[in-house]
Write a protein that binds this ligand. Structure first.
Ligand code: NAD
Length: 298
């Protein structure tokens, strides 16, 4: 199937990035959100993305202008979807919102439209029925700062048509992504199935007093050649996200070490507004964290 017109639902952090990336690679993109005010605000995000593409990818002003011209905006779902070949959903990570959205969309979208969800933590089988077209539904998961961290994990549910899956793999490549197909459903896809245990292990070593932040990061960097250790990564991900994931885990399992991690993050970071790179301080201070200093690894 030939994809030409793409609608992105949700103009927040990820939705705006996916929309700009897709327009930058030549597609006509319709951005849908729940109100014109929100869409108006998102235009500032698109301006910033244009600047980031110039700085990080050496994009020219002309390329940025052309990408901007391919973006349209609508808060009316019926007209936002009426000719879409592909809909990428980046609405809030709340099951009730996503189900309500897909249920409404199912009635309005043309038969041809493929639906793809960018959900980080939910499985496509959770929503397949509410889409009204389970065979044309997959997860297409991007990472934050999509233009630099250009992974696209593609994950079907048992009822996804393999041809649709392949179409989305090809689409992901066509917008400059490294396409990473999964053969079965996996909570957290590949990236978070690898990353979350690493970050948890780092926090576990820290709160049990086995070692300190810098030594743990240094160990990982020297031993594996990775550019950043678990605490440097936690600062990039954001302490709030780490806190939420650990809290969910602690509430579910009652694990006392997880609870210790939760209390530690709340007291030392959340309550003090030290939320990582975004606020200028987390485990390290930014823009010049000590792990980037020349003698850090000595
Ligand atoms: P966000 O809160 O920044 O943006 C969500 C947007 O959806 C907002 O603009 C909101 O107005 C809009 N919205 C709310 N209800 C809507 C509806 N019914 N229809 C259309 N739009 C609606 O959220 P985000 O961080 O961009 O996350 C969106 C999705 O992307 C989530 O599923 C999340 O798991 C996933 N994701 C996020 C990240 C990340 O780092 N932020 C990374 C990968 C994937």
């Amino acid at each position: 199937m030939n994809i030409k017109k793409v609608t992105i639902a949700g103009s927040g952090v990820l939705g705006s990035q996916i929309a700009f990336q897709t327009a930058f690679h030549g597609y006509d993109v319709m951005v849908y959100d729940i109100s014109d005010e929100i869409l108006e605000k998102s235009k500032t995000a698109f301006q910033k993305l244009g600047e980031a593409f110039k700085t990080d990818l050496n994009a020219t002003q002309q390329q940025v202008n052309e990408a901007m011209k391919r973006l349209s905006f609508s808060s009316d779902l019926a007209s936002a979807i009426d000719d879409a070949d592909l809909l990428i959903e980046a609405v809030p990570e709340k099951p009730a919102i996503k189900i309500a959205f897909y249920t409404k969309l199912a009635d309005l979208a043309p038969k041809k439209t493929i639906f793809a969800s960018n959900s980080s933590t939910m499985l496509p089988s959770q929503f397949a029925e509410s889409t009204g077209r389970p065979a044309q539904f997959v997860a297409l998961h991007f990472a934050n700062e999509i233009w630099k961290h250009n992974t696209a994990e593609i994950m079907g549910h048992p009822g996804t048509d393999p041809k649709i899956f392949d179409t989305i793999v090809a689409f992901a490549k066509s917008i400059g992504m490294v396409a990473l197909p999964l053969k079965k459903e996996q909570p957290g896809y590949i990236v978070n199935s690898l990353l979350v245990p690493l970050l948890s292990a780092g926090l576990d070593l820290l709160v049990r007093g086995v070692s300190d932040v810098e030594t743990i990061d240094k160990t990982w960097i020297v031993a594996t050649g990775a550019p950043t250790g678990p605490f440097g990564i936690l600062d990039i991900v954001g302490i709030t996200t780490a806190y939420n994931i650990n809290k969910m885990e602690a509430d579910k399992t009652g694990d006392p070490v997880k609870q210790q991690v939760v209390d530690y993050l709340k007291e030392n970071f959340i309550d003090k507004g030290k939320l990582g790179v975004a606020t200028g301080e987390g485990f390290y201070k930014y823009p010049n964290p000590s792990f980037k200093e020349a003698d850090f690894l000595k």
